[in-house]
Design a protein around this ligand. Structure first.
Ligand code: DP6
Length: 329
């Protein structure tokens, strides 16, 4: 009988080249490679306690005991880790986000990166970052990218052991800041997992996937050279392409709201008319991630807040990867 306890913290991340669609939905093997930045300070902290006295797993998120799909998804993930550690002990999982839930920040990325890191440490598994990233990927694809530090690339592969994420630059490499314009705090109606499984119903997905290596190459080069103008164009192109897939899936998914388009238009104008280094990207929701350089953050924040429909602005620079906070027993 094994026991063990560990806490881990992982930041959420924003993808500059998006993950949308899998070649294997069960293993979450993505159809294309993606590239992201961890979001400093927007994190999930999770404690996993394997306890022989427990008859069943307990999943507590934001101080609420979970039942149904949320609980099942966590247990499925714990089972992967238990199988690997050859143990059967039940666990208590306690998890909290430090960012407002329902604010449209991807919580599955930070949640499954923190859960993987904490549960593996609590199960006394000594795993490499690559292995942790692969396990996190099976809980939520984007979680694989929250394991390594800073700016991260997640490789697509048809092979389970080759689809993992790796850091391409540390957080301090480039002073990009994500100013998230919150235009809707509503929980999204169609979650990413269901969305991914619809991607191949869009006649445009094949073209998007085939062109993905080109976009990723440009984005990575621009990032490594800190060439904001090139970076801005490709980040916006990639996000709009993903939404074109969503809108042409069967059934179609429309995530944008009127203020989403207002912010997109304003950001383009600030860049082209005012010469400010700023661009947008949008995940599976209505909120707009407005990316700029640290010197421009206060200007961009006040411009965003002046737009009708923008309810709040959250800010995050590039952050670290997942880490164990403490390890007991
Ligand atoms: C639009 O990782 O949330 O944010 O693997 O089903 O958990 P699951 O999906 P998820 O998908 C993220 C989609 C995205 C783009 C991205 O982050 O790359």
């Amino acid at each position: 009988m094994q026991t063990g306890k560990a806490s881990a913290r992982a930041n959420s991340n924003i993808a500059y080249i998006k993950y949308w669609g899998n070649c294997n939905n069960t293993l979450r093997l993505p159809s294309n490679s993606s590239l992201s930045m961890n979001l400093d300070g927007l994190h999930t902290q999770t404690t996993v306690t394997f306890e022989s006295s427990l008859n069943d797993d307990e999943v507590i998120i934001e101080n609420k005991t979970q039942s149904g799909v949320a609980r099942e998804r966590v247990i499925k993930h714990l089972n992967l880790i238990r199988d690997r550690a050859k143990m059967e002990t039940r666990a208590r999982v306690e998890s909290e986000n430090n960012f407002p839930t329902g604010a449209g920040i991807a919580s599955s990325a930070s949640a499954f990166a923190a859960l993987t890191t904490a549960a593996c440490a609590a199960a006394h598994l000594q795993l490499s970052e690559r292995e942790l990233s692969i396990i996190a990927r099976m809980g939520s694809g984007s979680a694989s990218r929250s394991v390594p530090t800073g700016f991260v690339e997640w490789y697509c592969s048809e092979r389970h052991d080759e689809s993992f994420a790796e850091s391409i630059a540390p957080p301090e490499y480039w002073n990009l800041v994500d100013c998230v314009a919150i235009v809707s705090a509503k929980h999204k109606e169609v979650g990413s997992t269901d969305g991914h499984s619809l991607a191949n119903t869009s006649p445009l997905q094949q073209a998007r996937v085939e062109d993905a290596p080109r976009r990723l190459k440009i984005c990575k080069e621009a990032l490594l050279k800190k060439d904001f103008a090139r970076f801005a164009d490709i980040v916006e192109e990639d996000a709009v392409m993903m939404h074109a897939i969503m809108m042409t899936s069967r059934p179609p998914l429309f995530y944008w709201l009127p203020p989403t388009l207002t912010v997109m238009g304003a950001v383009k104008e600030w860049r082209t008319r005012d010469g400010i280094p700023v661009c947008f990207t949008i995940d599976a929701g209505a909120n707009v991630h407005v990316i700029t350089l640290s010197d421009y953050v206060s200007d961009i924040e006040s411009r965003l807040r002046a737009i009708n429909g923008v309810q709040d602005v959250l800010k995050a620079k590039a952050g670290e990867g997942a880490r164990v906070m403490k390890n007991e027993q």
